[in-house]
Design a protein around this ligand. Structure first.
Ligand code: F6R
Ligand code: MG
Ligand code: MG
Length: 368
């Protein structure tokens, strides 16, 4: 049986400022999706918030990029945005950049991670949702999970993973993609994905033949709001779905990649580098300097398309050290104030509101 998991997210308004989606908005989304489930449009769903982002997780049999599913998500976001406007929430309707739905939610503002695959006898998977950062924030952990033997023991000792994985990497500026094989092309993969604001891992595929080679085992949302809106409208807080176990990285190997709070861009005004902090859902709210950026993770089992879960995967003292480290790094980075490398490089600041400030100084420069 083939099943599709669709994770579609948008910032439709929040309280206080850009902090969290209030319960009332999440309830409204749940009511809409309950109706869709009862009418058979979707099999199951869960609604989450990652900070100020409303996250819709749905299972169905309609495949990826299905107009019905995308329209459903669009309608849920539109209804929630309407309510958010009535409530005068902050940034109400922020990520709904176009007025009308036209067959696919891509390019309208929301972020999308979807995958269709043949369900295994038992199908564990993890859903990651980040706030106050961008899609390239997943490059490092996804690389570690599927290509780094120091992270994933299975790459070394499980024969069904020993041959590695295939990475689908997108150039999100030039709108091109390339498939690259690990471990054969390890260094070339890193040559690209180290530039995380441009080259992002979109999908990962298996290699061994134990799983269908054309069915992804991981997928990341890569939408860029800036490219849709033509101006700065906030960071593209990304999401990812990763399947686990039986020839794939174990749940614990996947989570291990988040034990290191690596530097990501985002945080205040989408303009600063800072550590990504893995947190339980109760701490999915960015406060200090609108951050630091954070990541939540929900674990599930699929049962005939129904969702068993979520398990709040970072709700574990084993991640206290990563959180402590993240706080130390946050403090260190913050002391730089407006200086690079806390503030993003001039090149990346092109996509923020800084150019408008610099514009006003242009005529005052004299030749030297
Ligand atoms: C980051 C983010 C916030 C805002 C900041 C300013 O992704 O959403 O850090 O950029 O709070 O917001 P405005 O311009 O809406 O006052
Ligand atoms: Mg917001
Ligand atoms: Mg957000």
């Amino acid at each position: 049986m083939k099943i599709t998991i669709s994770l579609i997210k948008a910032d439709v308004g929040s309280v206080a400022g850009h902090t969290i989606v209030p319960d009332e908005i999440k309830k409204l989304a749940e009511e809409c999706l309950t109706r869709a489930m009862e009418s058979g449009e979707i099999i199951d769903f869960r609604v989450f918030n990652a900070g100020d982002d409303l996250e819709l997780l749905m299972t169905h049999k309609k495949g990826v990029d299905n107009p019905k599913i995308h329209e459903l998500a669009w309608n849920v976001f539109s209804k929630c945005a309407e309510r958010a406007k009535e409530m005068q929430l902050y940034g109400a309707g922020q990520d709904l950049l176009k007025d009308a739905f036209s067959g696919n939610i891509r390019g309208l503002g929301p972020g999308i991670a979807e995958m269709e695959f043949t369900k295994r006898k038992s199908e564990p998977f993890l859903v990651f949702m980040m706030d106050k950062t961008e899609p390239g924030a997943f490059n490092l952990p996804i690389f570690r999970i599927f290509a780094d033997p120091f992270n994933t023991a299975g790459l070394v000792i499980d024969p069904s993973m020993h041959s590695g994985f295939v990475f689908e990497i997108w150039d999100i500026l030039k709108h091109k993609r390339v498939l690259m094989r690990s471990p054969e092309e390890l260094y070339s993969i890193l040559a690209l994905i180290g530039s995380k604001s441009r080259f992002v891992i979109k999908r990962v595929y298996p290699k061994t033949g134990k799983l269908p080679a054309d069915e992804p085992v991981a997928v990341v949302s890569t939408e860029k709001l800036y490219q849709v809106a033509g101006e700065y409208v906030g960071k593209d807080d990304p999401v990812a779905i990763i399947r686990a176990q039986s020839g794939l990285p174990a749940v614990g190997e996947i989570l291990e990649a988040f034990s290191f709070p690596h530097l990501v861009s985002g945080w205040m005004r989408g303009s600063h580098n800072g550590p990504i902090m893995p947190v339980p859902f109760r701490y999915s709210k960015c406060t200090r300097f609108d951050g630091p950026p954070r990541c939540v993770c929900a674990g599930f089992q699929l049962s005939d398309g129904k969702l068993i879960g979520p398990v709040d995967m970072f709700d574990d003292p084993a991640f206290d050290y990563a959180r402590q480290k993240a706080n130390e790094i946050a403090e260190y980075m913050r002391r730089h104030g407006p200086f690079e490398p806390h503030r993003l490089s001039a090149e990346e600041m092109e996509y923020t509101t800084l150019p408008k400030v610099l514009e006003s100084l242009r005529d005052r420069f004299e030749d030297i």
